[in-house]
Design a protein around this ligand. Structure first.
Ligand code: GH3
Ligand code: MG
Length: 707
């Protein structure tokens, strides 16, 4: 066997045992389960005893030897010279990219074997380093960061005489036959969050929550109090180079930020993770199956595994018991071009056949409660994922806001909002889009009023329709359901533009954009009902443009249309907000004036005022196609409370309008019973005359005129 290991109690023991090692060994690797200062002393001892041998070493929190966890002393790995090429190259350069270039270039000609990379645990982040090495390297790269028991963590490493708290050591093993793998068995819980501010491995805020507040909000005070330790049990999981990686919290800062064991890029999506306790049995089987049939193993489990799995880590190592297996609990595992966390990374050397797997009896021990909780979280997360996928593929969107340090901030935006609004999810979460940006200007007041009502807690839920302006300037109609509960506010957005278009077409007159006759009659029904309840008077104005045919005949129908549109706008501008202007047909309009007062006199006065305003506005000169027109209109008004039918109210106003025409046009007449009588009488006379004409009861009699 090429590699052997020795356990050493202390520095004295090191001197004693090291003296017995033949001087001709190729490489010594010292794992110091000790403080930095002690490792430095150990490196001196090895330097004196083995001046010609390559020597490397690093601090570790706990070592693994022959499948057993060791929590004190040293483990000395002795690599003998047995014909395979072994080279060591180190870089103690502070710049990761430079160090990566140096190491990568040094080993770039290697065609077989693998590179073992060992770095310090705190000062070297590692991502840029491995990326750079791997860009030059053809062979596999496996490695681990130094770890430490001290807090704040202090790690160090040495290569021959060089000793530092920062640096990278690469050992090339020219093996042809080896195997390597990495087991990642952390499960994502719940949903994605956006890293709103970070720098390198320091995270300032996630979904706007200061990092510490984020853990507090989702995992509670006790986890925050136990940070950074508890952080390893709930790491952030994100994608790096297309792989899922976990980033465990390693430091809690005064300003509410947290440092992680690896980079957490700003604007990255992260999920919280927890150990996959449900599939624990499967993981153990994978380990057992993967490690069989080799003479020697390097293995690097993440510190987080130890913290999370505690004593059950022994189950993972059981399969290596008695086999020459060397490793340590690390602050981060290097695997090809990625810095991993929370995995178990293994390299197995010297194949010696296959391992026989005994069938183990299933552990029937009662599962602790936290396993049940992990089970529950996992199921809920799966259901949540399905639900959010369904929302993302629908034509409605969801926004969730939360009160973060006294301010309502968006913490969730569904992907479907991108289709509805054109804005990205990040725009909502980062607050680049809020209602002031997206809501159509005319509807902002309506939204602000509602916002106030929610703020004053007068409302807890509501449905509202309003318009938004999409990123490309389109106006869309939206229906929102809003609900506030505790510190949360949820808002749905459904695009109802199509619905509104149909509604528009059935209610509006296409030429003028005014409401149509049908809508007017419907509104009259409602107003009459309301008058009954409130004892109010209302009125209908009936307008007919004077001598309108003349414009059509002398100019064109097109000119006539333009004039009608201008008249429509003028009528709209002359009435109150609550009044309803409809095109009745041809050159006729009706204006419904609700709530004019509780006495007939007052109502009549107000109706006349509005009618006069219309008369005056309409008769202002109209400019169409370069020609000026003076148009007037005749108006009839009918007042009512609750005693009429809508069709009668309109008919009475129409009769009054005829009276205005009779009086010479550009007049306002109010319908009265007398007027009704007069018009009925005239109608009767007209009818009788017509009948008598048909019956030929008229004769022309000429009377000579005599002077
Ligand atoms: P009066 O003072 O008695 O109301 O005279 P008038 O010429 O306005 O007569 P009346 O109200 O009976 O005629 C309305 C005319 O409006 C008849 C028709 O040619 C015209 N008209 C109806 N609908 C439209 C339309 O959609 N566009 C245009 N340009 N003209 C229309
Ligand atoms: Mg007319």
């Amino acid at each position: 066997m090429l590699i052997e290991s020795i356990w050493i109690k202390d520095l004295k023991d090191l001197e004693l045992k090291a003296r017995k090692i033949p001087k001709k060994v190729k490489l010594l690797i010292l794992l110091g389960i000790c403080q930095v200062e002690e490792l430095q002393k150990a490196s001196h001892i090895l330097g004196i005893l083995f001046p010609e041998t390559e020597k490397i070493g690093l601090t570790v929190s706990a070592a693994i030897r022959r499948g057993v966890v060791l929590k004190e002393g040293f483990v000395l790995v002795v690599v003998k010279d047995a014909g395979i090429s072994i080279n060591v190259f180190s870089s103690f350069c502070a710049d990761e990219v430079m160090a990566g270039k140096e190491i990568g270039n040094f080993f770039s000609d290697k065609k077989e074997g693998f590179l073992l990379l060992l770095t310090d645990g705190v000062k070297t982040l590692g991502e840029n380093l491995v990326k750079e090495i791997k860009s030059k390297l053809e062979i596999p790269l496996i490695g681990a960061k130094a770890s430490s028991y001290s807090f704040p963590a202090k790690t160090a490493l040495f290569h021959n005489e060089k000793f530092d708290e920062r640096g990278s050591i690469a050992v090339y093993f020219g093996y042809r036959d080896f195997k390597h793998f990495s087991i990642f068995d952390w499960k994502e819980i719940g949903r994605e969050f956006l890293v709103t501010k970070s720098e390198g491995n320091r995270v300032y805020s996630i979904n706007h929550f200061p990092a510490v507040e984020f853990y507090k909000h989702y995992l509670g005070d006790w986890v925050v109090d136990a940070l950074p330790d508890a952080g390893v049990e709930f790491p952030l999981i994100l994608s790096e180079n297309g792989k899922k990686v976990a980033r465990a919290c390693i430091e809690k800062h005064e300003d509410g930020s947290l440092s992680f064991a690896g980079r957490v890029p700003q604007a990255a999506y992260v999920k919280l993770g927890c150990g996959d306790l449900i599939n624990r049995k499967k993981t153990l089987e994978t380990i057992r199956e993967s490690v069989g049939g080799y003479n020697f193993y390097f293995l690097f489990p993440c510190m987080a595994r130890w913290k999370f799995l505690k004593e059950s880590i022994n189950e993972e190592l059981e399969v290596l018991k008695g086999k020459e297996s060397i490793g340590f609990f690390t602050f981060g595992e290097y695997y090809e071009d990625t810095l991993l966390n929370e995995t178990l990374t293994v390299v197995a050397l010297e194949k010696n056949g296959s391992i026989k797997l005994e069938n183990k009896k299933e552990d029937k021990k009662d599962k602790p409660l936290h396993v049940a909780l992990a089970d529950f979280l996992s199921r809920i997360s799966e259901e949540y994922s399905l639900l959010s996928e369904a929302i993302d593929n629908n034509d409605f969107g969801i926004l969730i806001f939360s009160n973060i340090l006294g301010k309502l901030r968006c913490i969730y935006a569904s992907k479907s909002l991108e289709n509805i609004t054109g804005y990205q999810i990040e725009d909502f979460i980062l607050g680049n889009v809020n209602h002031n940006v997206i809501v159509f200007s005319e509807d902002r007041e309506k939204i602000n009023k509602l916002k106030e009502a929610f703020k004053r807690e007068e409302k807890k839920e509501s449905v509202i329709e309003y318009r938004i302006v999409t990123i490309d300037g389109k106006v869309k109609w939206i229906r929102s359901f809003i609900k506030k509960e505790h510190n949360f506010l949820v808002l749905s957005m459904t695009d109802i533009s199509a619905e509104k278009r149909v509604e528009y077409l059935s209610l509006k007159d296409p030429l003028t954009g005014l409401y149509n006759r049908r809508f007017g009659v419907e509104q009259l029904f409602k107003i009459i009902e309301r008058n009954k309840r409130e004892g109010n008077y209302s009125a209908v104005l009936f307008l007919d443009v004077d001598k309108f045919k003349f414009i059509n005949d002398v100019y064109s129908h097109n000119t006539g249309d333009k004039v009608l549109r201008i008249i429509a706008r003028r009528i709209e501008n002359s009435v109150r907000k609550a009044d309803i202007v409809c095109r009745f047909g041809g050159d006729e309009f009706i204006v419904i004036l609700p709530n004019l007062g509780t006495t007939r006199e007052l109502a009549e006065k107000r109706a006349l005022m509005i009618a006069e305003r219309i008369l005056e506005q309409v008769s202002q000169p109209i400019l169409v196609d370069g020609k000026e027109f003076i148009i007037t209109t005749s108006i009839g008004a009918a007042l009512f409370s609750s005693e009429v039918k809508p069709s009668d109210a309109i008919k009475f106003a129409d009769l009054a309008m005829y009276e205005s025409k009779e009086k010479g046009r550009k007049k306002i007449s109010i319908f009265t019973e007398n007027l009704k009588e007069k018009i009925e009488k005239r109608g009767n006379v007209e009818r009788l005359l017509k009948r008598e004409v048909i019956n030929r009861n008229f004769r022309v009699v000429y009377q000579p005129k005599l002077y």
